[in-house]
Ligand binder design. Structure first.
Ligand code: FA5
Length: 340
């Protein structure tokens, strides 16, 4: 038995030494020291025929052979595992010194930034912020603003008409009508929003742009009140002196009507493509609400009066941030947008 055991031991150790994979090792383990079919088991079958001393000596030999094979298996297995780990480390290494990509934070659009500032300012002066739909009725966009169907003022705002007679609102003024109906007098409201015109696009004209409507209705409202609020608005946005001029302006829904222009902040008034070489930019048309408009909003013009304005919000953003082409604001180019 001794020599058979020794030759099994030697054979097994040689097989272990030349094993190539963990699977090879597992096969050797099952065939040598495996509990059911391992070759070493066959030796213990003869134990029953041996005397006590002989059996103790044979048991010792068997255990020694088993231990030698098992530790050779363990050692070889540990080597294979270390080699596998090294190969993995080699192929999957990570450079911890490279800065993490991180989360790229978004930022507000420049028009949104200004819109929020104006909302805060007017809310602090008791104005409610309203919004109206971008698809409007002809009645709210024109008729209720004292612009009947054949009125030439309809041509001032080239309109995108929709099938069925509705339209993409050409200005935020229809929210005046909705505001009067919803709030009733006295009221103070502003209404920022997107408007649409079938315009030739150039550095200061877009087909889709933002306006911010404002309206105040009370017992006694004068041009002095209007100018006070317009100054508060411009001071809040520019936080520095800007040169403005007030000139008469015609809008059927105000009487008297004004155009409040700012001196172009891009060229300082000397003339550039944005101000069409005039040095001035139309920004804030305004006036006292026409009695017909109050009436159509369900308010008695003998009891109440008001002012209204329609700020060109996109152009205001251009002036504030010195943007020399309005088309950049709609372009969606992140290199431009992330500067604000
Ligand atoms: C109106 O839209 C009137 N609803 C404003 C108003 C309201 C007057 C209340 C009186 C009382 P206007 O068409 O001028 O007016 O446009 C208002 C402002 O929008 C302009 O001063 C200008 O700053 C801006 N604007 C007009 N057209 C464009 C355009 N195509 N692209 C960018 N901004 C424009």
């Amino acid at each position: 038995m001794e020599s058979a055991l020794e030759s099994l031991r030697q054979q097994s150790l040689a097989r272990i030494a030349s094993a190539k994979t963990l699977d090879d090792l597992e096969t050797i383990r099952v065939e040598t020291v495996g509990r059911k079919s391992g070759a070493l088991n066959s030796f213990s079958k003869d134990f029953g025929k041996m005397g006590t001393e002989e059996r103790a000596a044979a048991g010792k030999l068997l255990n020694a052979a088993k231990q030698a094979i098992e530790s050779a298996l363990d050692e070889r297995k540990a080597r294979f595992e270390a080699a596998a780990m090294n190969a993995r480390l080699e192929s999957e290494w990570v450079d911890l010194t490279i800065p993490a990509p991180g989360v790229r934070p978004g930022s507000l659009h420049p028009v949104t930034i200004i819109q929020k500032e104006i909302e805060d300012l007017f809310q602090s002066m008791g104005f409610t912020v309203l919004s109206g739909p971008e698809v409007e009725t002809e009645y709210n966009n024109f008729d209720a603003l004292n612009i009947p169907p054949d009125h030439p003022a309809r041509d001032m705002q080239d309109t995108f008409w929709l099938e069925g007679g509705n339209l993409l609102r050409t200005h935020t003024s229809p929210v005046q009508v909705r505001g009067m109906q919803r709030l009733g007098p006295p009221l103070r409201m502003i209404a920022p929003g997107r408007v649409f015109r079938n315009e030739e696009v150039d550095p200061s004209h877009e087909h889709t742009f933002y306006q911010l409507e404002g309206m105040m209705v009370d017992r006694e409202v004068s041009v002095a009140n209007l100018i006070y609020y317009m100054k508060a608005l411009l001071a809040g946005i520019f936080r520095r002196d800007v040169t403005v001029r007030l000139r008469p302006g015609y809008f059927p829904f105000v009487e008297p009507g004004f155009e409040l222009d700012v001196q172009c902040l891009l060229c300082g008034g000397s003339g550039c493509p944005v101000c069409k070489q005039s040095g001035w930019l139309e920004l804030l048309p305004c006036g006292l609400v026409h009695p017909n408009v109050l009436r159509m909003g369900g308010i008695d013009p003998d009891q109440w009066m008001g002012f209204a304005f329609g700020l060109g919000l996109t152009r205001l953003a251009m002036m504030r941030y010195q943007i020399d082409d309005i088309r950049l604001l709609q372009g969606g180019d992140l290199r431009f947008l992330t500067q604000f």
